[in-house]
Design a protein. Structure first.
Lengths: 260, 260, 260
């Protein structure tokens, strides 16, 4: 991981505009603040594009999408594309219903995302690869490198397939990441907050594959660090410690030194 | 409590579709995940019924109801009834305004709930028994067994009246539950999350009264266990520990053994 | 600080109706409950006015405003004005977009707030003083006493400009408050929850400037108390401890005695 990417985020505190799902708004905002960037969340169609035009990055997450949100996302996404700030798309539960599937395709027809991040089921759905899902979770097994490569190619984007092993694909490069902790699967919005962190890293002056790697690698290290705390006794105490960990120096997380 | 009910939930990790209030979405999702089931939350009218048709149970909670939510709840509720999965109705603040009162009656006219869970004020309102309320809280006193019996009879359902003493009524059976902790009254959405846990327990292969008892009994034990932790100094630290406790083995909670 | 104000809130547990932003609903409800008042949150246009008419105070926060929310806020605000309960307006990000700016002016044209609370950028915007902002944050520097005085005069209200130093202006009186902790700036909704606490304090029988001072002074002391806890290792663990601290006796916070 290039630690300069994390440092740059903290120096510039990029403003990341979110149109995201209602379940994770508070968690995403607190996690991104702790990491060192500035969240803003606005979904009225009257202001979504203007807010995006003042921001350094944009996150679109369809977790609790409504038809009004969809219009706001497209307006904000177009504004972001126009001024050239990074756009992250998180196609939460894309395969779960016909409406979500159509909505995410409508977004992709009108907005060009710098990165698309999702679990294998969501990403597979975007390139018509059959995959087992349950609600917004991915339960299938198979070749996630192929999924990442196809998403990256089809949408001319950086693709990040999250899971026990994260796969990043940018152009012809495939990078694997193995940091993380099982507690993340017990935390609602763990994937959603990663989208926010990713958007912040994409505002820095590095290559997209390194920015994506910095985001997922740091995120996983923070989870490992938090899980190692003797005060963590379950998912509730893990959540607090994980938000703490997102504020730490990457070097500290690497040492997994939990004495403070 | 039949501990097999809790075990079955954890084995099958039922997918519970929520159309619930915005205040508690994150807390409910994290609490239900910790307990061992899978939450999904989707409220667009375009997908609410389809999402319910893929789920193992449905929770309808009117805490921050809008007219759009109401349509989505009725569509999801009808879909759930059609495929035969359990539906839990939580009539939050039913007595607080004319609109809520009418909305909950509209739901009950179109959807058959497997269980209705609420505080005494909410449940009394459903059967036209006068009761003192304040906002979404119940402040009156009286015969809660009678309220539970009338709700169960009127709506042909399992009725759960929550409070210091919880009353479950199913058919002619009345069961009382006394587990719980005063901290629950300082935790926003404590009642709402119980609705999610209840929906998960109703997906198992046991009688409805035993499923309801398992949910409220386990929930109260988890609260007692969390409150006993030496690290709990107020409602904020209680919340984390309570989410932790929902992941524990029922036997562990019964022993109230907090050394870990 | 007049500690009687805090005591009165806890004795009467005033019901505070919120039409607030989706990011902070859970945090605001839990913080206000811990403090000793009762939150209720309802935003359907069909019930917003009726809910306000049953409440002891009203909080309007435009953080994630939609056009539907705006109508509900105006209806609730008018109902609150009519029955004479205090109304707190929190003009979150008022300067961030044209739509927010117009929306807050529409509210102020139709509803008379007892108090307006915001950061310097938001408050300056209400009286057309140029000020640097970033998203919903205030980044400028200058004379905040002048801003408070102009807001108080223009809108015939109690003005509270929050920041490292909080400025309260009521009539010709200016009061300064210096309690607080840098962790508050790492906590999403720290300003929003202060609005809820302020609304609760305004329901007591004291002068508005003393009520406002009690709210901001106590809030800052609670933050200092929480930050002093040896268990706080970052913004996540701070949040839990801060909610705990809001339930404490003011005298205890003043002593900054963290042994419990």
């Amino acid at each position: 991981m290039k630690v300069e990417i994390i440092k740059e985020v903290r120096e510039h505190q990029p403003l990341i505009h979110h149109i995201t799902n209602q379940v994770v708004m508070n968690f995403s905002a607190n996690g991104l603040l702790s990491f060192g960037a500035s969240p803003v969340m606005a979904k009225a169609q009257e202001e979504a594009a203007e807010m995006a035009s003042h921001a350094d990055g944009l996150l679109l997450n369809i977790g609790t999408l409504t038809s009004g949100d969809l219009e706001a996302m497209i307006a904000a996404g177009k504004a972001a594309n126009q001024i050239g700030i990074p756009v992250v798309l998180d196609p939460v539960g894309a395969a779960a219903t016909t409406w979500r599937s159509q909505a995410v395709k409508k977004i992709l027809a009108e907005v060009h995302p710098s990165a698309i991040k999702g679990n294998a089921g969501e990403m597979a759905h975007l390139v018509n690869i059959p995959w087992e899902t349950k609600g917004v979770d991915s339960t299938g097994e198979g070749n996630t490198e192929n999924i990442a490569a196809q998403v990256a190619d089809t949408y001319d984007t950086t693709a990040i397939v999250t899971g026990k092993k994260d796969i990043i694909c940018q152009g012809n490069r495939i990078i694997e990441n193995n940091t993380g902790d099982p507690y993340l699967s017990k935390l609602t919005g763990a994937g959603c907050l990663l989208g926010s962190i990713l958007a912040a890293c994409l505002t820095t002056g590095h290559s997209a594959d390194q920015q994506a790697l910095a985001a997922v690698n740091f995120y996983g290290l923070a989870a490992e660090y938090a899980a190692d705390s003797p005060d963590v006794k379950g998912p509730g105490t893990f959540m607090s410690r994980f938000i703490d960990a997102l504020s730490k120096d990457p070097a500290k997380l690497n040492r997994r030194d939990i004495d403070e």
